[in-house]
Write a protein that binds this ligand. Structure first.
Ligand code: NDP
Ligand code: 8X3
Length: 250
């Protein structure tokens, strides 16, 4: 039986790379995001193995209607990749917009929770499944300007481990994948509000990871024997390391 994977945020970056990798691995993929033109291009590239789905993960009603709103032959989702997410801004907490904070929480936390709530019962009923959450090193190492973004990813880590506690022995696995610096996606363009020069500067003169590196890790995690669960895994490029503590002097 060919596994069906549901990937949120599949119109760009990690999500698109994971979709390509899963199809190459022999899986069927439901590729969800808001930008339909991107998903249609991915479907044209990958063929019948991919079902494009217009979905905003902050639309609680649309998310709650899953999986019943999917075509019948796509409902038994075996793998959920909760990848849709974003960072907005790098300003210190007292200079940020509350709307940015709220949107990060709505997408990275509430969207991820809603998707999991919608698709997990089916996995448990079938005694087989895997929820892969895209966290971040920002969950583990606070940095200036990471305030709410890092907190959303800390939630993702704790939620993943809480799910693991609930699901032990159920046949449903849960994993938190925590990448560090990854170039070639739209993450920094979104974070810098479309200032592409500022986004490019994040990766200037260095060798970050790629979306394909992350897809490789996710492919490995879901391909492990069913008795084996990766609870969380942190990925960094060779060029990266944790930063120093902040010390205010003078
Ligand atoms: P991209 O900006 O390239 O991709 C983000 C994806 O999320 C897009 O497909 C976007 O699609 C989708 N998305 C955003 N908001 C929503 C929404 N409300 N509903 C549905 N889809 C949405 O970023 P990356 O691929 O780099 O990042 C993917 C994930 O990995 C994120 O969760 C991010 O926090 C995390 N991450 C990224 C790192 C990096 O350095 N790049 C490092 C560590 C973690 P659309 O706009 O079409 O809806
Ligand atoms: C993305 C990595 O370091 O920009 O989650 O927070 S970082």
């Amino acid at each position: 039986m060919t596994d069906i994977a549901f990937i949120t945020g599949a119109s760009s970056g990690f999500g698109a790379a994971i979709a390509r990798r899963f199809v190459a691995d022999g899986r069927r993929v439901i590729a969800a995001a808001r930008r339909r033109d991107r998903l249609d291009a991915l479907a044209a590239e990958l063929g019948d193995a991919l079902l494009p789905l217009t979905l905003d993960v902050t639309d609680a009603d649309a998310v709650a209607a899953l999986p019943g709103s999917l075509p019948e032959e796509w409902r038994d989702v075996a793998i959920l990749v909760n990848n849709a997410g974003l960072a907005l801004g790098t300003a210190p907490a007292h200079q940020t917009s509350l709307a940015d904070w709220t949107r990060m929480i709505a997408t990275n936390v509430s969207g991820l929770v809603g998707m999991t709530h919608a698709l997990l019962p089916g996995m448990v009923a079938r005694g087989r499944g895997h929820v892969v959450n895209l966290g971040s090193v920002a969950a583990n190492y606070p940095y200036p300007g990471g305030n709410v973004y890092g907190a959303t990813k800390a939630f993702v880590q704790q939620f993943t481990l809480g799910l693991k506690a609930d699901l032990a022995g159920s046949g449903v696995r849960v994993s938190d994948v925590q990448p560090g610096l990854v170039g070639g996606t739209e993450f920094s363009n979104v974070r810098m509000a479309g200032d592409d020069a500022k986004a490019a500067a994040v990766y200037a003169d260095t060798v970050p990871m790629t979306a394909e590196d992350v897809a490789e890790a996710v492919s490995w995690i879901v391909g492990l024997p069913p008795h084996l669960n990766v609870n969380r895994i942190e990925l960094m490029p060779d060029v990266q390391g944790p930063g120093p503590f902040t010390v205010k002097r003078g």
